[in-house]
Design a protein. Structure first.
Length: 287
């Protein structure tokens, strides 16, 4: 059967539907997917949306949560809800930066390793193994101890050992995709180098990397909070969530909201990213 001139006989690609995407993700996981950009917006706008100045005394000290002060007040009389919102910025945005750097650098090495193969692959994988066997948390503590406490130094210390997992994932995905028939056909047709990578390999590897990054965000948040809890983040009176929890632990049995509510926000952020990661995995793999 011959096709009529000008008639496209290629099957139409299915149109993307947000309804189908969220249906595959699941309703609870969809809350996480939607919540991630919402939290990002809150973190970016934190200095302008806090109901009170986080650094100034606005009421009597040690007031419990109320209608006026949702999270109560701290030992000085500062609004704890305002400080927690700013603390989200000091935890969430550095986490996004660390995930972005690790995803870019690790994926770049993995893509090169998987695409080139042979000796290049061997050298890059041994280099990656070197960082995988190093106890990352101990190295981060050592780096921060040598550079001095501070958020930037903490981020540098974490970034040093966080990228190898993405190098492994991207390398394995590229090696898997290289054996697919459509990629083999493209290589036989003469497609090489950046064009092969950008058009045939990277789109196939992107979903796995995106899922890994979304699930990994909770680990980054917990690591940043741990460093802050140990006093290796921003100095007081900066409202870092981990530091706020650590400084008020002695008030747990008397003024419970001081350590519990910042810790609960850390838990909420981790739960949100895990839900988003699970939802992305179900939606993208079911597409």
């Amino acid at each position: 059967m011959t096709s009529m001139p000008g008639l496209n006989t290629q099957p139409a690609r299915p149109r993307f539907s947000w309804r189908d995407f969220f249906r595959r993700a699941g309703w609870l996981e969809s809350i996480g997917i939607v919540g991630v950009p919402v939290v990002t917006a809150v973190a970016l706008l934190a200095p302008w949306i806090t109901p009170f100045d986080p650094q100034l005394r606005v009421a009597a000290a040690f007031q419990p949560p109320s209608v006026e002060h949702w999270f109560g007040t701290d030992e000085i009389g500062r609004d704890l809800f305002s400080r927690v919102i700013l603390g989200v910025q000091y935890t969430w945005l550095p986490g996004l930066i660390l995930i972005g750097f690790s995803l870019f650098f690790g994926s770049l090495l993995g893509l090169i390793s998987g695409l080139m193969g042979d000796k290049v692959d061997l050298v890059i994988q041994r280099f990656t193994d070197l960082f995988l066997v190093i106890p990352g948390t101990l190295i981060a503590l050592a780096v921060v101890a040598s550079l001095g406490p501070g958020l930037v130094n903490t981020m540098i210390a974490i970034a040093i050992f966080w990228w190898p997992w993405y190098a492994r994932i991207s390398r394995d995905e590229i090696r898997r995709l290289k054996a697919r028939p459509h990629v083999e056909a493209a290589r036989i047709a003469g497609v090489r180098g950046p064009r092969l990578l950008l058009r045939y390999l990277l789109p196939g590897a992107a979903p796995a990397l995106l899922i890994a990054a979304s699930l990994d965000m909770a680990n980054v948040i917990m690591t940043l909070s741990l460093m802050s809890f140990l006093g290796l983040g921003l100095p007081a009176p900066a409202p870092e969530l981990g530091a706020m929890t650590a400084r008020t632990l002695d008030s747990l049995t008397v003024h419970w909201w001081l350590p519990i509510l910042p810790a609960a926000i850390i838990f909420f952020l981790c739960l949100l990213t895990n839900l988003a990661g699970d939802g992305l995995r179900a939606a993208l793999r079911g597409a």
